[in-house]
Design a protein around this ligand. Structure first.
Ligand code: UDP
Length: 305
């Protein structure tokens, strides 16, 4: 948005985020940062043209640590930002997720699939908050005529991921850097489809500017088993460590692949970055980090509310 000439306000309570990821933006007079939790009333002075709501933990390990905050930000946080959008006559785009499909019985997942979610399982706090978020956003559109957009984001990766957030890519790359074995959960036959972050951003930007109110999947259809993924990371990093197997977490989806026909038709979008290329860029980033960051605890700030 800065490159497109907008003035940008970033808002985050840093419960899972990291200021080091946006340090390079601070010199810009067109960027300001507000340390705030959007689950509480949000005040912004002046006009707003667009609101992009991405606030939420997004790693299964984080949902287990901060389940209530995860529920609150998807529900109360979304409500606050829809209200802000109404007050500012702004268009709002909300980040939903492939998790609305749960452990899917339809493959690949199309937007008209309603999903298979366990509301009371460990992922329920994220999945149901995001499903509520979609319902609330659609209600503001139909009842108030608010301009709304909903993106369903599939697994995404790239530089600046938190090294110790528990997600599979930073987990494997962190293990390779520390000289530890790679931990595959279950037998590694479950699948995911990984999208490089720059492709995701382009898709989201096109959706924001489009007139498409219904949810749109954005992701890379290149599907791979987690076992194969571990082998790819071993090859890329040149680590001499091996794969070890750990128990599969409860309700871990067995397969996931986006059907992106809608994004192709409506947004003229499809991913461009091959996994081999994106993984190399990401590996170069993790390799460049100071060594002490490899051992940094997942730095959840104490939640002050
Ligand atoms: N996974 C794994 N080892 C790890 C972390 C994750 O095998 O150290 C698996 C996890 O069980 C899941 C997949 O990798 O099947 C993707 O996990 P992630 O947490 O990145 O995202 P999810 O798609 O499950 O939300």
């Amino acid at each position: 948005m800065l490159a497109e000439g907008y003035h940008v306000i970033g808002m985050d309570n840093l419960i899972t985020g990291d200021l080091r990821n946006i340090e390079h933006l601070f010199p810009s007079e067109h960027f300001e940062f507000h340390n705030h939790d959007v689950s509480k009333f949000v005040h912004v002075s002046g006009e707003l043209k667009y609101i992009l709501h991405f606030a939420s933990p997004a790693s299964p390990i984080d949902y287990l640590k901060i389940p209530i905050q995860t529920l609150k930000v998807g529900s109360l946080g979304t409500h606050n930002l829809l209200g802000l959008a109404m007050a500012k006559k702004a268009r709002i785009l909300v980040a939903s997720t492939s998790e609305v499909y749960g452990d899917p019985t339809v493959h690949p997942q199309t937007e008209d699939y309603w999903g298979n979610v366990n509301p009371v399982g460990p992922r329920g706090v994220y999945d149901e908050a995001k499903r509520f978020q979609e319902a609330m956003t659609m209600a503001y559109h139909t009842y108030h005529g608010l301009e709304t957009r909903i993106v369903r984001i599939f697994n995404t990766y790239g530089p600046r991921m938190r090294l110790n957030d528990g997600r599979v890519l930073p987990a494997f790359m962190g293990q390779a850097l520390r000289g530890e074995d790679l931990t595959v959960f279950g037998d590694g036959s479950q699948t995911r489809s990984f999208c490089y972050v720059a492709d995701l951003v382009e898709g989201i930007y096109r959706l924001l500017l489009s007139d498409c109110v219904d949810p749109v999947n954005i992701g890379n259809p290149g599907e791979i088993t987690i076992g194969q993924f571990a082998e790819e990371i071993i090859k890329l990093t040149g680590t001499d460590q091996k794969v070890i197997y750990k128990p599969l977490p409860t309700d871990d989806p067995k397969q996931r692949q986006p059907n992106i026909s809608k994004a192709q038709a409506v947004l003229g979008w499809e991913p461009k970055v091959e996994r081999s290329e994106g993984l190399k860029i990401t590996w170069d980033y993790f390799k460049s980090l100071p060594k002490e960051r490899l051992y940094e605890e997942a730095h959840h700030r104490a939640f002050n509310g």
